[in-house]
Design a protein around this ligand. Structure first.
Ligand SMILES: [Mg+2]
Length: 368
């Protein structure tokens, strides 16, 4: 099970979010994945994904210059032990951020390999009984355009998504989705850390009792856990955790009573190993876990396998936009549900022609 090669494939697929375009609205016209491919000397291949988007050139460089070479020749069956050793080896280069993203990508690939070797889909290796999941639609930002928000909220509802999440920051935008949807469909608000504590408290008071599932990352900076706890005391559920880089930081957030919903992110917190540990910690604090998942590649599937293994079976966050091409058979944002296959591992079988067509860059490191 010696690791023979580690390859990165940085892929950017054009998307149509059916809304206003351009930087002013924050709209996205393509979505990247930094796919990690690990191969063992015996020929087993594992797929992973490292965060992400604009920092991909940095994560990619770390993978092929520093983190990737460290893993060459090591035993792919030892993901958890290697996670601990690697974090110690690289701790002085960042306890969160691209070093952890790189480690996350490799860890996911190692779990894929371990599940393949065990002959089981990852969700069964994680003791889940089935791989059927609901999804929720994570809308791209529409810069407050109420028509686009309402239209896409209804489209996601028609597709069968169990919840709609917005990336908007103003009450009229929030209400555009709320008013477009039946009351029983939850609407979550992801605002990405814009406000002071007092501003966020005012927003919390304004949305309280109006049918919103949670308010995600309302405060700048995201690690202001006492500030988040202050906002939470207004009586609105607070979600966060995608920007938390370590287990100890999660513990500080939980101790500060900052969160109702913990959102570790598989391609940032240390892969499957990191997610399992974060979820176990959240369980100690009796907190709900709903993973962050702004991914379409192996990170998406890893999140789904982990979600299947969690007691609350959270819906899988699914980036809601029309892709120019389908990167793999299990990427169906237009569906609102996901059935993980019984094939061993993650079940990530990329359409290599699609990856090739939208490839930004590709690197490999190999054992001598
Ligand atoms: Mg978020």
């Amino acid at each position: 099970m010696k690791i023979k090669s580690i390859e990165t494939l940085r892929v950017a697929i054009p998307v149509d979010a059916d809304g206003p375009r351009g930087a002013a609205t924050g709209a996205w016209d393509r979505v990247e994945s930094l796919v990690v491919r690990v191969e063992t000397a015996g020929g087993l291949v594992g797929w992973g994904e490292a965060f992400g988007h604009k920092v991909n050139p940095g994560t990619e460089a770390i993978l092929h210059t520093m983190v990737g070479p460290w893993f060459l020749g090591k035993d792919a069956a030892l993901a958890e032990a290697l996670a601990d050793q690697a974090q110690r080896a690289f701790h002085s280069f960042g306890r969160g951020g691209p070093v952890m993203y790189a480690l996350s990508g490799i860890d996911i690939a190692l779990w894929d390999i371990m599940a393949k070797r065990a002959g089981k889909p990852l969700f069964r290796l994680l003791s889940a009984t089935d791989g059927e999941l609901r999804c929720y639609a994570s809308l791209l930002p529409y810069g407050g355009d109420r028509d686009a928000i309402a239209r896409n909220s209804r489209k996601a509802l028609d597709a069968g998504h169990g919840m709609i999440k917005l990336h908007e920051t103003a009450l009229p935008a929030f209400m555009a989705a709320r008013e477009a949807l039946p009351a029983e469909i939850p609407v979550a608000l992801d605002v990405n850390c814009p406000w002071t504590v007092n501003e966020a408290r005012a927003i919390a008071r304004a949305i309280k009792g109006r049918g919103f599932e949670w308010l995600e990352e309302p405060v700048w900076p995201p690690e202001n856990f006492t500030g988040l706890a202050d906002v939470r005391r207004e009586g609105v559920a607070i979600a966060g955790g995608e920007n938390i880089g370590s287990l100890d930081e999660f513990r500080r957030a939980f101790d500060a009573k900052a969160l109702d919903v913990a959102q570790p992110s598989v391609a940032k917190i240390g892969g499957v190993t990191g997610m399992r540990r974060a979820a176990a910690l959240a369980a100690e604090y009796k907190l709900r876990v709903v993973p962050h998942c702004f991914y379409w590649g192996p990170g998406y599937l890893a999140t789904a396998h982990i979600a299947a293994s969690l007691p609350n079976r959270p819906m899988v966050e699914t980036l809601f936009a029309a892709f120019a091409a389908k990167p793999h058979a299990l990427w169906e944002p237009e569906k609102g549900s996901l059935v993980l296959p019984e094939t061993p591992g993650l079940g990530f079988e990329p359409d290599l022609a699609v990856l090739e067509r939208f490839m930004v860059s590709r690197h490999a490191v190999r054992a001598n």
